[in-house]
Design a binder for this molecule. Sequence first.
Ligand code: GLV
Length: 325
Amino acid sequence: MKPKIYVTRNLPKPALDKLEKNFDVEINSEDRILTKKELIKKVKGKDALLCLLTDKIDSDVIKSNPDLKVISNCAVGFDNIDVKTANKHRIPVCNTPGILTETTADLTWALMLSAARRIVESDKFNRAGKFKGWDIMLFLGSDVYGKTLGIIGAGRIGTAVAERSVGFNMKVLYCDNRRNKEIEKSPVNAKKVTLDRLLTCSDFVSLHVPLTKNTIHLIGEKELKKMKKTAYLINTSRGPVVDESALVKALKNKWIAGAGLDVYENEPRIAKGLSKLDNAVLTPHTGSASHETRTLMALTAVENAIRIIKGKKPLHIVNPEVFGR
Ligand code: GLV
């Protein structure tokens, strides 16, 4: 008999095929996120759970089946999973780091360029038939080339974003708990600075920290007020890293020039007033959304689950300590 897995949402076909070969698969066929009650019901009697970042795998869900052999998250971030409770029950939690680094860095740059050059506003203007000819004052934005990029969180994605700045001849500042010698070297030549200095000196502030209790509202009213009036805030990390209502205030009152956001404090809800602002470019948490990357993420999440079930080392594990005890 094959081990039983519950999959919380449809996946790209190659991943489903691989799942079918290795598991007795039950999949959420509805095009929506399951409620906690539904999740608890579905997880019962399963050997494995493959979930997405939109599924809240809290202590109640985990306790409803403490015999789960693996929770495989199809995402790099794992703030949706109560890892402490998983640890208590010695359930390995897996994620998909590395795979989506470049794709998310690409979207970060797309947001930077779109916000600075007012791409979305210009597109809407054209489609509305308002373009009456070249105008010296039409849609003036901000240069990116030669400006200062501030990276908050210089891990994998922060590093990839910094590396892309070389072609734009940018000065790069970063802040992180750890030194990142890789981006301090040529050609990036990034300089490690304090958060205060980064906020006051950067033309583009880009967030790449994980969501933890220390990073909730890392950027609030006080920090936004420290930024240059001409600066842009870009967030492709996790929504709650930014106090979204403070950001709406900052954008409305022009404390900063604009923002490019892929993530939101209360997804899928977007803070009141945010979608009315022309100086915000808003994408729907699509940082890793390329065909190639999403397929590879799903395949990796499946591979992690297979390996654990077979008693092998997974490709990526969040809580290796569960094997040590
Ligand atoms: C995306 O946000 C991820 O964590 O994979």
